[in-house]
Design a protein around this ligand. Structure first.
Ligand code: NDP
Length: 460
């Protein structure tokens, strides 16, 4: 008789949990995954995938307009939110099925329900109790809305994906990935959009030029950006929502969406009872191998609040499977992780921002370009693209690369390989450009930016 029901019990069938389960099963482990909501987790159901589909949809507004510059006559386009959401839901359902099939094919037991830890080797789901030699917590995160009068009248990204109709006007609150992405989505689909951020400039942590460029481009498109502002109270008024701001002014909208961060969803797992340490925000404390403070319990993905991105969770989950079941201790690598923000225009970034680079190295070489993409010479659109390289002075290695413009994610993914491989500026210069493309700019930048004025005020 085996001592445990399972070698590995995974809590959460999102990106990290599913990868760990499949790879562990492939190494011969007996594995179960408990999932309380939907297979595929946040990314597949209320995150990356549906978001990107809505971003594609939103982009058509400009594509129809741009077409006329190329000789096309397009009848006035009409958009139907219901059709988009139905198509999106159908695709997500298909992906839920793909995840189920993947787990079935790998021989992983899928257990529907909410899991609680009742011991260091024991998990309960509903009426049943399971034992496992190892436990992996991959339960993800959940949007948070600050407490203030009327906060419950606001929606989060979770609900935005399922609205019955496209709101005529939307206030988006927050200045992170989700807020700028949804501001662009709603605006593109035809809503009147204001975005409110509490600080002087949104996307804190991104390169200053990225932040400034995106703010300018979003404003040019007609999104009303309100910085140094916050909401104090929300009330119903004449069938709409009335938001009272910290500066005493008011604004009304059909929908107010909060994108003010996400928290690890660890509150009800029973972690405290068994000695799994968490940080103040509920994030599970783990070591470099994703092991918690209890030696047979691991955690990966957003519930550890390291770098909250799907590919990172997948690598972390894979590494746990290698470490435990393939005699191959593996640390997930969190250095030079590229990321994209699917704002409009989009952002792609890898490596250090200019501020981070200066803090680490002192003076650095900066190459920057802002130009009108070729497509817009005929479309007439005023949108510009910004590209930037940051180079370490001694080694000449390119240590940061940032872009705001169409296809930023597609371009930066390739650049990320060069940066991860330690490419120098002269190796970038020696690379032949692909002409005509925007991406060739990254291998043709020759003129260094002058050193910044020490007195230049920098928003943080
Ligand atoms: P972020 O943590 O990126 O941003 C939260 C924003 O809300 C910040 O601008 C923050 O301001 C602001 N904020 C926080 N608390 C308050 C408050 N009480 N009142 C007003 N504003 C507040 O969270 P998101 O929700 O945008 O995204 C969560 C995570 O999901 C991201 O960190 C990212 O890792 C991931 N993600 C990745 C995507 C991608 O790869 N494209 C897309 C979407 C999400 P301040 O800066 O001042 O703290």
């Amino acid at each position: 008789m085996p001592k445990f029901d399972y070698d590995l019990f995974v809590i959460g069938a999102g990106s990290g949990g599913v990868r760990a389960a499949r790879i562990s099963a492939g190494h011969g482990a007996k594995v179960a995954v408990a999932e309380e909501r939907y297979l595929g987790g946040t990314c597949v159901n209320v995150g990356c995938v549906p978001k990107k589909l809505l971003v594609y949809a939103a982009h058509y507004a400009e594509d129809f307009e741009d077409a006329s510059g190329f000789g096309w006559t397009v009848a006035k386009p009409e958009f139907d939110w219901g059709s988009l959401i139905a198509a999106k839901d159908k695709e997500i359902k298909r992906l839920n099925g793909v995840y189920k099939k993947m787990l079935d094919n790998a021989g992983v037991d899928v257990i529907e329900g909410t899991a609680h830890l009742t011991g260091t080797n024991q998990i309960s789901v509903g009426e049943r109790t399971y034992s496992a030699k190892f436990i992996l917590i991959a339960c993800g995160g959940w949007p948070t809305v600050p407490e203030f009068p009327g906060h419950d009248l606001a929606i989060t990204s979770n609900e935005a994906f399922f609205l019955n109709q496209l709101p005529e006007s939307v206030i988006v609150v927050g200045g992170g990935y989700i807020a700028v992405e949804f501001a662009g989505i709603f605006h593109g689909l035809g809503s009147r959009v204001s975005q409110i951020y509490r600080g002087p400039l949104f996307l804190r942590g991104f390169d200053q030029d990225v932040r400034k460029t995106l703010a300018e481009e979003m404003t040019n498109k007609g999104i009303d950006l309100k910085f140094n502002q916050n909401i104090e109270r929300i009330e119903h008024q004449n069938g709409r929502l009335e938001a009272r701001m910290t500066d005493g002014t008011s604004a009304s909208a059909d929908t107010i969406m909060y994108a003010t961060g996400r928290r690890p969803k660890t509150g009800n797992l029973g972690l405290q009872n068994i000695g799994v340490q968490t940080r103040e925000n509920g994030a599970i404390v783990v070591d470099a191998y994703s092991r918690s403070t209890v030696k047979n319990i691991y955690a990966v993905g957003d519930c550890t609040d390291r770098i909250n991105l799907t590919p990172v969770a997948i690598k972390e989950g894979h590494a746990v499977a290698e470490t435990i079941f393939n005699d191959n201790p593996t640390r997930p690598d969190h250095i030079d992780v590229p990321s994209a923000v699917f704002s409009q225009p989009s952002i792609g970034s890898v490596g250090l921002t200019e501020d981070q680079a200066r803090e680490k190295f002192g003076p650095v070489d900066v190459y920057k370009s802002r130009f009108r993409p070729m497509k817009h010479t005929l479309s007439g659109r005023a949108e510009t693209t910004m590209m930037k390289l940051i180079v370490a002075p001694q080694s000449e290695r390119v240590i940061g690369c940032h872009m705001v413009g169409p296809d930023a994610a597609e371009i930066i993914q390739g650049i990320a390989i060069a940066i991860k491989s330690g490419a120098t500026k002269s190796q970038f210069d020696a690379t032949m450009g692909i002409h005509p493309s925007a991406a060739e700019e990254f291998v043709t930048m020759r003129i260094k930016e002058p050193e910044p004025d020490a007195c230049e005020s920098v928003p943080v």
